[in-house]
Design a protein. Structure first.
Length: 509
């Protein structure tokens, strides 16, 4: 029996997962690490913590599974995206990694916009020009830490750094290259125009190879530290967002999924980039060669649901503890008492500003339509509806180019049937719920590794691995009731735009 080892390098830790050559989940192991948040909008991590987590989880997983390390045929990766780790010619980090959540590079994004208008940038890279991406962060290093920039041989994302540590090879692949926001989506090579506008030395960007590329083999040095056998194949894998595409079965045009984690997103697969006229969505290069993933990510999806539990669900939390249940079960039971539309209550879910579809950092959350007769059930349901209505705007932008009548739902928010049925009704689409809700990224990395190593013929291997738990269809009456609610939701946001601007101005004083 041969095995596939998939590492998922997230923000809070690394999850190592072992899959059999048939695609069966064997076991997993997690090791946490810290993230340093400071200066209001800065966020950094120590890349040596990533490496330590890889070493610890690999050794523990081999022991836990009771296998010989030589039975691991390939190691592959899913990793956090949109980072900037500067390393020297020996591969040693020169400073902590500036991770995806960091927003310090505002001035650098503005400098690019002076050279390339926002809409032109979007058409090249598939993303808006913002401080979130890798090239802007590298510009910040150049402008503020010139001695670090001068010594920088390459800038890498998390999984690319681990591939380097394991094999000694300097690569990235299309999904993580997209997260640098200086790729040309048409050629899948670094954009000469964007790199020139940034003033960055293009040689500091690594070579882009396909996600299924066998980057190299585990070296003797790396084997001694991880417990792997020297010579084990290492496949590039992909960014975590795109690995979730594969793990959710979105591997051919039109196959669409929705993830409701702390943030939430809708992503589909297409044969070419999809450019939204209002630039509400963005497009990644897919892990599957030749394909793309149009995506829209909102800031607070399951995060709004968690906020609701913490702030207004204290009774449900206490009752659930006494009954040995999840508080979300009791919140769902309460929300189910309210009809579609929450008896007129609208919740705008912008607790952390908003990315897609609003792109408004000044937006804040709000309840509108509250009346004396409203109950707690209306409040609870309205939060779930607010997230769903926001996601529906993203979905509808994709439907202008691709027919979408069913979606797979993953993430913690898919555990409750009330929310899944709400998604079916608001989206007016069939909803499929897999048995493993929170393994999409690991499964995507495993399939990518399996394809790269020749264990799987192609990416359709995921279809054998995805076991469906339930399917839900829209309720015609509820779907019809949501028609005017969608219009009211949009009207509420538009009406508050001048208020958001005013409040932002006051907070700056």
């Amino acid at each position: 029996m041969k095995y596939i080892l998939a590492h998922d390098l997230g923000t809070s830790g690394n999850k190592a997962t072992l899959f059999s050559e048939e695609g069966r989940l064997v076991t997993s192991e997690v090791h946490s690490y810290d993230c340093h948040y400071f200066n209001a909008n800065w966020a950094e991590q120590n890349p040596e913590d990533w490496w330590n987590a890889i070493c610890v989880t690999t050794k523990n997983l081999i022991d836990k599974a009771g296998i010989d390390a030589g039975d691991i045929a390939v190691v592959s990766f899913s990793g956090q995206m949109m980072g900037c780790l500067c390393v020297d010619k020996e591969g040693s980090p020169l400073r902590p990694s500036i991770i995806w959540a960091d927003q310090r590079a505002q001035a650098q994004a503005a400098a690019i916009e002076k050279e390339i208008p926002l809409r032109d940038f979007y058409r090249i890279a598939g993303h808006r020009n913002s401080a979130s991406y890798g090239i802007q962060k590298l510009m910040w290093v150049r402008d503020n830490e010139p001695e670090v920039y001068a010594r920088t041989y390459k800038t890498l994302n998390a999984k690319d750094f681990i591939v380097l540590r394991l094999t000694g090879k300097w690569y990235t692949e299309p999904s993580d290259a997209t997260s640098n926001a200086c790729i040309d989506l048409e050629t899948l090579q670094w954009s000469e125009k964007i790199v020139a506008a940034s003033g960055i030395d293009g040689d500091k960007l690594p070579e882009i190879v396909p996600s299924t590329t066998v980057a190299g083999e585990v070296t003797k040095w790396a084997a001694e530290r991880t417990g792997l056998k020297p010579g084990t194949a290492v496949v590039m894998g992909g960014g975590d967002g795109l690995c979730s595409n594969v793990g959710a079965g979105s591997i051919s045009p039109g196959r669409t999924f929705c993830c409701i984690g702390s943030s939430a997103w809708v992503a589909t697969t297409s044969s070419k980039p999809l450019f939204d006229e209002q630039m509400r969505t963005f497009t990644w290069a897919h892990i599957v060669p030749g394909l793309y993933s149009p995506t829209g990510t909102m800031q607070s999806g399951g995060g709004a649901y968690q906020w609701l539990k913490q702030r207004l669900g204290k009774y449900e939390t206490a009752a659930a503890q006494a009954e040995g249940k999840s508080p979300y079960q009791l919140i769902d039971q309460e929300a189910a008492k309210s009809p579609a539309g929450s008896n007129g209550v609208i919740f705008l879910p912008y607790l952390l500003g908003e990315r897609a579809p609003r792109w408004n950092p000044n937006a804040t959350a709000a309840w509108l339509g509250l009346k004396m007769e409203n109950e707690r059930s209306d409040i609870f349901r309205s939060v779930m509806e607010g997230v769903t209505l926001n996601l529906n705007i993203i979905l509808e932008s994709f439907r202008r180019s691709i027919p979408i009548d069913e979606l797979l739902i993953v993430g913690g928010g898919a555990k409750g049937k009330v929310w899944c049925q709400m998604l079916a009704d608001v989206f007016n689409a069939r909803i499929k719920v897999p048995a493993l809700l929170e393994e999409a990224t690991s499964m995507g990395a495993a399939v990518t590794g399996g394809v790269g190593a020749g264990i799987f013929k192609d990416f359709t291997a995921i279809d054998r691995m995805l076991e469906l738990n339930q399917e839900l269809v829209p309720d015609p009456a509820a779907a019809a009731a949501y028609g005017p609610v969608k219009e009211t939701f949009e009207a509420c946001y538009q009406a508050l735009l001048p208020v958001y601007e005013r409040m932002a101005g006051q907070s700056e004083r």
